[in-house]
Design a binder for this molecule. Structure first.
Ligand code: ACM
Length: 565
């Protein structure tokens, strides 16, 4: 993927903003509290109440008063872009709620409090705003950060601007609200395929920033596939030397050096997002097989591949190649784990169509043993559930269709159902002490077309339909607990919204397919099931859309939402 330098981001943004303000003030009869139109936050907080009092106004007198361990770093992460957008100094000061001096928050301040006694989960927070100031309280820095992301959506969309040339007409108002919030699921991922088409570091950082806005907390990077190997591995330099030169369609390649990758991990960590690296094994390995002949059973390097077929490549299970395969697994997975502060390493396992079943089981054993030896918890696609000898606690990643997959008339014309074995493979992870990440292709794969198959921003048709087409409403209506029959809520570690990039080469194309459907999956993953309602979601999307416009995101303005023009 590459950013088109000709993409007319800023004129587009400016026009959209004027429209956003008009649309917000004209918007669907939403409550207007003391001059602030309030549509709410995506994902919907567990509890959200409009208070009767006057709004808070952010002014150049505002300070960020940080109280408790870790609060200062969160305050700085919030303050940096807010200073750029407002032009206000927004100093961060260490607060002391007990003192009656400058360290006590004033009515013009934002107070950010980490209080271990607050009895909120790691990601929970409360936010109270009004004429007396804004106070966000959390038990842990992660929750405090997530509270600042709610505040970001409560502020005018101009808060997203990287410069202070456009202040909002009515001032920097925050409506008077009271929020108590925590997530439904602990793992809320955006899966990004950087293998079929490469995505540059700065574009990944932009995506992380938008993920934070939606309270997504895992960036799953699909780093390797048949068409490209995207991460530097010192012990096997040709993985990128040869394996990174290609992508789908022959548009060139790319890869992350270790320093690039650390930049991504660090930027994510500042936003309490964990990067989950995926090395897809034993299939989807043509890029590696093209780089090293000794990984192939016949000792002959494969040709580089730039097509879109799947299921034709495999590591070799032949004992004659075991030494090379095992050395490859140990070297690659340990170097990846070294770059990974988070608890998880993902080893793929999907579509092993070119691997005999017994060989697959043998390779799953060797792959997961090497991955577990790094000290990380292993995540694998559900196919690896065919093995009953997974490392205890291995997380299963289910990507087949939902159990209740229905054929709607505007969906794929031939019947598709989940493979009969997929549900059992998913349950095998539960039987072996693990949990599930749910990412059913017919509901959460954001590379599936919209049913009306619109041309993308650059005039090309985007996406595929092998699983389904997916509307915003279909993504929103997803009930994760019904993805596989017989799931308990506690079986579910979380959810993922995936973007596979076979048809996606540019940032605007990526954004068009990802947004706004990713917001639906974010809300499914975060909000209590009974806090979700489609009409409210559409209304809240108006505000989110204004923020995305200000960020220059080329999201699709799907019907049924009063988007700013
Ligand atoms: C997958 O879609 N093969 C994970």
């Amino acid at each position: 993927m590459h950013r088109r330098s000709t993409f007319p981001r800023f004129p587009f943004v400016a026009a959209a903003l004027v429209g956003a303000l008009l649309a917000l003030t004209a918007c669907t009869g939403e409550p207007d509290r003391n001059g602030v139109v309030v549509t709410g936050i995506v994902p919907a907080p567990a509890e959200f109440e409009l208070a009767d009092g006057s709004p808070f106004t952010l002014t150049d007198a505002a300070r960020l008063v940080a109280v408790g361990g870790g609060a200062r770093a969160v305050a700085e992460t919030f303050a940096a872009p807010a200073r750029a957008a407002t032009g206000f100094p927004l100093p961060v000061v260490d607060g002391d709620a007990e003192a009656s001096d400058d360290s006590t928050a004033r009515s013009t301040d934002l107070e950010l409090v980490v209080d271990a006694d607050a009895a909120l989960g790691n990601e929970g927070y409360t936010l109270v705003s009004g004429a007396d100031g804004v106070r966000i309280t959390a038990s842990a820095p992660a929750g405090l950060f997530l509270g600042t992301q709610s505040l970001r959506q409560l502020l005018p969309a101009e808060i997203e601007h990287a410069d202070a040339t456009r202040s909002p007409d009515g001032g920097w108002l925050v409506p008077a609200v009271s929020i108590a919030d925590e997530p439904r699921f602990a793992y809320r991922a955006s899966l990004v395929d950087v293998a079929r088409n490469f995505i540059a570091v700065d574009d990944v950082l932009d995506h992380l920033d938008r993920m934070a806005l939606l309270k997504l907390n895992v960036l799953h990077l699909h780093l390797t596939d048949d068409q490209g190997w995207r991460l530097q591995i010192d012990a096997w330099p040709e993985l990128t030397g040869v394996g990174a030169s290609t992508s789908v369609g022959g548009g060139g390649g790319g890869f992350y050096t270790k320093d690039d990758y650390r930049r991504i991990v660090d930027y994510a960590a500042e936003r309490f997002i964990t990067v989950v690296p995926e090395i897809d094994l034993p299939g989807h390995t043509n890029a590696a097989l093209s780089a090293y002949p000794e990984l192939n059973c016949d000792g002959v390097a494969r040709e580089p591949y730039e097509g879109v077929e799947v299921g034709f490549s495999s590591l070799c299970a032949d004992p004659a190649r075991a030494e090379a395969t095992d050395r490859f697994l140990a070297d690659v997975l340990s170097e990846v784990a070294e770059l990974t502060p988070g608890p998880w390493i993902h080893v793929g396992g999907d579509e092993p169509l070119a691997t005999e079943h017994d060989d697959f089981l043998d390779l799953v054993g060797r792959i997961t043993t090497a991955a577990a030896a790094t000290g990380k918890t292993v995540i694998a696609y559900h196919e690896m559930g065919a093995s009953s000898e997974l490392p205890p606690g291995t997380i299963g990643h289910y990507w087949d269709l939902t159990a209740a997959h229905e054929m709607a008339p505007n969906r794929r014309d031939e019947p598709v159902r989940p493979y009969p074995e997929s549900a059992g493979q998913a349950r095998s992870f539960l039987e072996q002490g693990g949990r599930l990440v749910l990412a059913p292709a017919d509901t959460t794969y954001l590379d599936m077309m919209y049913p009306d198959r619109p041309a993308g921003p650059l005039g090309t048709e985007l996406g595929t339909r092998w699983a389904s087409t997916i509307t915003l409403e279909e993504a929103y209506a997803w009930r994760p607990e019904e993805t596989v029959e017989g799931l308990e809520e506690s079986d579910i570690l979380g959810v993922a919204a995936s973007i596979w990039t076979e048809t996606i080469e540019t940032v605007p194309d990526f954004e068009f397919m990802v947004f706004p459907r990713i917001a639906a999956i974010a809300e499914v993953g975060w909000s209590p099931a009974d806090a979700r309602d489609e009409a409210g979601f559409r209304t809240r999307l108006v505000t989110l859309g204004a923020h995305l416009d200000a960020l220059g995101v080329a999201y699709r303005k799907v019907g049924g939402v009063d988007w700013a023009e």
